[in-house]
Design a protein around this ligand. Structure first.
Ligand code: SF4
Length: 464
């Protein structure tokens, strides 16, 4: 546990994280985790965060060392897509029971690894620690080391038991596991001056596939996406990339920064949501690659592609403009989406009545200020009651959020669109922006709203 406590402390001291650096020493020691308010829905534990961050590596076996409930909690709740292997969608757990709690679960874990390797032959096994097995003292680091030596296959410990903190901390601990045991352990078959890493992109609903063809057209190869639609080998050889883009706001900032420090891979933070942010991301990728030795014509080719794609996107978006102009949206999300989706919607004339900034970093907030002009639109922590009031008072025509808040919108009889992790539509890149606007339009103009807002017949009709 000492090792884990050190890693957690290190992650809290992450120099590239503005939020932690802004705190005093005493505050930083306490970490970012706040005690849950009674009645509040828990936002996911550290184990959940670690699993979310790594499960999109599609060809490895993800083995949860703990009681069945932990795996049940995290399995299959995200739509991270794969273009090939499907092993990541098989739930593996040691399903420890009372006897293991008394006598220790290490033997059971060892047998599970052996069985998985024999039956599925994956390039690696990721072993996730959970609260119960951490509390009974199972040393997954030592066990994974012994299993790796015995079976000649990487067995990676992911030491992020739920009780150490939040989902966000779990994302970072997952990143630490990759840095410690995976990245830099293999070499790519070949390298090119156009190799990049994308960090913090999970290919939800296939969003990476809306971006990859554009990069490919410029000759840019995604050497590793950490971790959407990734293969173990790609992540293991990610240290040979020339530049990196960090997508999901700060979830894996430690990976981006440490790879810059260890392997001199420069990175920038960007977004694939919205027409101008997508163009900016392409420009910045080209700029970093040229700085690292790629031919200078890459910038011109990128500009030509941007001009073509922007024109195509605007032509398709213009059809929606008169229908969406002046519509007001309430955005309950966080992190990178709190500003990137704001920018994207403003581009087509949708007014933003508010955006939640609960999970946003200082940089995210700065960006929102730049885009929206004043701070009044930033909502720090909105209760469902306040959300309902805002929607009921018709200050918003639509709410965009994750699944958990959908019932507030539905109760207020206001259209709702899922833009969080369980979404089924992909919203990245130019095509994604058109898809997002199309979905907003469909939600707003769905005839069901006129019907549900009509008073019930028994309230208006007199019974004769
Ligand atoms: S908090 Fe602990 S017991 Fe609960 S799901 Fe997370 S790891 Fe499992």
């Amino acid at each position: 546990m000492d090792g884990l406590a050190n890693t957690v402390q290190q992650v809290f001291n992450e120099p590239a994280c503005g939020k932690n650096q802004g705190k005093s020493d005493k505050e930083r020691k306490k970490g970012c985790t706040k005690a849950l308010q009674p009645g509040a829905a828990a936002g996911g534990c550290a184990f959940d965060g670690a699993k979310i961050a790594l499960q999109p590596i599609t060809d490895v076996a993800h083995l949860v060392h703990g009681p069945i409930a932990c795996e049940g909690n995290s399995w299959d709740n995200r739509g991270a897509k794969s273009s090939g292997p499907l092993l990541y969608r098989t739930g593996f757990t040691t399903d420890i029971n009372e006897t293991d709690v008394v006598f220790g679960g290490e033997k059971r874990l060892f047998r599970a690894i052996k069985e998985i390797l024999a039956k599925y032959d994956p390039p690696a096994v990721f072993v996730y620690q959970t609260c119960v097995t951490a509390l009974i003292g199972d040393d997954i680091e030592a066990l994974c080391k012994a299993a790796s030596a015995r079976f000649g296959r990487p067995v990676i410990p992911v030491n992020a038991p739920g009780f150490v903190g939040s989902k966000n901390l779990g994302n970072k601990l997952a990143g630490e596991a990759l840095l410690e045991y995976v990245i830099g352990t293999q070499e790519p078959e070949y390298t090119t001056p156009y190799d990049i890493n994308i960090i913090g992109e999970y290919n939800l609903a296939g969003e990476l596939w809306q971006v990859k063809p554009l990069l490919a057209e410029l000759g840019i190869r995604v050497l590793a996406c950490i971790s959407g639609d990734a293969r173990y080998r790609e992540v293991a050889s990610a240290h040979r990339a020339r530049a990196a883009m960090m997508v999901c706001s700060k979830a894996m900032i430690n990976v981006a920064r440490k790879m810059e420090e260890r392997y001199a891979i420069p990175f920038f933070e960007g977004s694939f949501y919205g027409v101008s942010d997508m163009s900016e991301a392409l420009r910045e990728i080209a700029r970093l690659l040229i700085a690292r030795g790629a031919p200078a014509d890459l910038a011109e080719r990128a500009e030509a592609l941007i001009a073509r794609e922007e024109a195509r996107a605007w032509t398709r978006l213009d059809a929606y403009r008169p229908r969406l102009k002046g519509k007001r949206a309430l955005l309950i999300t966080g992190g990178v989406k709190s500003w990137s989706v704001v920018a994207a919607l403003q581009e087509i004339g949708v007014e933003i009545v508010g955006t939640s900034v609960k999970k946003s970093t200082k940089e995210d907030k700065e960006r929102i200020k730049k885009i929206m002009g004043d701070e009044a639109h930033m909502i720090e922590d909105m209760t469902p009651r306040e959300m309902y009031k805002l929607l009921k008072d018709a200050r918003a025509d639509i709410m965009l959020s994750g699944g958990r808040s959908q019932f507030v919108a539905l109760k207020a009889k206001v259209p709702w669109l899922d833009i969080n992790q369980e979404r089924h539509h992909a919203y990245a890149g130019y095509d994604g922006m058109v898809a997002l606007v199309g979905e907003i339009d469909k939600a707003l103009y769905n005839p069901i709203w006129a019907q549900v807002r009509r008073p019930a017949p028994w309230d208006t009709e007199t019974v004769s």
